[in-house]
Design a protein around this ligand. Structure first.
Ligand SMILES: C[S@@+](CC[C@H](N)C(=O)[O-])C[C@H]1O[C@@H](n2cnc3c(N)ncnc32)[C@H](O)[C@@H]1O
Length: 245
């Protein structure tokens, strides 16, 4: 694939994640951590969608009539629930193996999702979506500012963007790399702590891309509560931003 000057795919990242594709939908497999995060971030997204869009607030299809793209979708853990919420969903991933696994799983689930393999820049060039999501991806790209600018360019006027990513703190290093990767709960080599962004850094990138950050929530872990939403952003966090109508 031709790489543009703004390319944000690190080929080693795509190769690393592509090797996990066959096992992606196994909740006890190599992507188990994403399976555990998924219900929590879905709760956050559902709340944000209910507040932002008015298709079917509090109902079964709050995204009905709206388009959504999930960038760095893996094998579709988030795309599928977004489609069940009524959205017209596109999923993009740098690893073609993940897109293959995503297509197969959606077909088996009877869901219509437009999956595209490749770099975000090429895959969404010239297209706009009402909802743009990208979960646990920005810490893997080569140029976070260019990546945010690409996502912002794909956000329709009045649209909503939601990102999640680990914070760059001693806690995230201990939990995600020393313990998580050390004990095999996260595949070894998944994370580079230096590439993690703080909430201030990420919201600055969002502002720089012409968006208005509107919410910041922590995605925390405790032995009693497991993963949950909180005000503590020291481990991982979700941020929402909107484009003026
Ligand atoms: C940690 S996984 C997260 C997958 C999914 N978002 C989730 O949370 O369930 C990161 C994914 O981002 C993809 N990725 C990394 N850089 C990318 C880029 N520049 N464009 C598209 N996908 C990318 C990888 O191939 C991988 O599937």
């Amino acid at each position: 694939m031709a790489m543009t000057s703004k390319a944000t795919i690190d080929p080693r990242e795509a190769e690393h994640f592509g090797k996990l594709a066959a096992d992606w939908w196994n909740p006890r497999g190599s992507s188990a951590m994403l399976h555990r995060l998924n219900p929590v971030r879905l709760r956050y997204i559902r709340e944000a969608v209910d507040q932002h869009f008015d298709a079917d607030p509090q109902g079964f299809a709050p995204l009905k009539g709206y388009s959504a793209v999930d960038v760095g979708c893996g094998a579709g853990l988030l795309c599928e629930p977004l489609a069940r919420l009524g959205g017209q969903v596109t999923g993009i991933d740098a690893a073609p193996q993940n897109i293959g696994a995503a297509r197969a799983h959606a077909a088996a689930s009877g869901l219509v999702i437009d999956y595209v393999a490749g770099e975000a820049e090429a895959a969404i060039a010239g297209r706009q979506f009402d909802l743009v999501t990208s979960m646990e991806v920005i810490e893997h790209v080569t140029d976070p500012a260019a990546f945010v600018a690409t996502l912002a360019g794909a956000l329709a006027p009045g649209g909503l963007m939601i990102l999640s990513t680990p914070n760059r703190t001693p806690l995230s290093r201990l939990a995600m790399i020393t313990l998580g990767e050390g004990a095999g709960m996260i595949p070894r080599g998944t994370h580079d702590h230096e590439k993690f962004l703080t909430p201030d850094e990420l919201t600055e990138l969002l502002r720089g891309a012409g968006l208005e950050p509107i919410d910041l929530r922590g995605l925390s872990f405790s032995p009693m509560a497991g993963f949950h939403l909180s005000d503590d952003v020291s481990l991982n966090y979700l941020v929402s931003a909107r484009r003026a109508a």
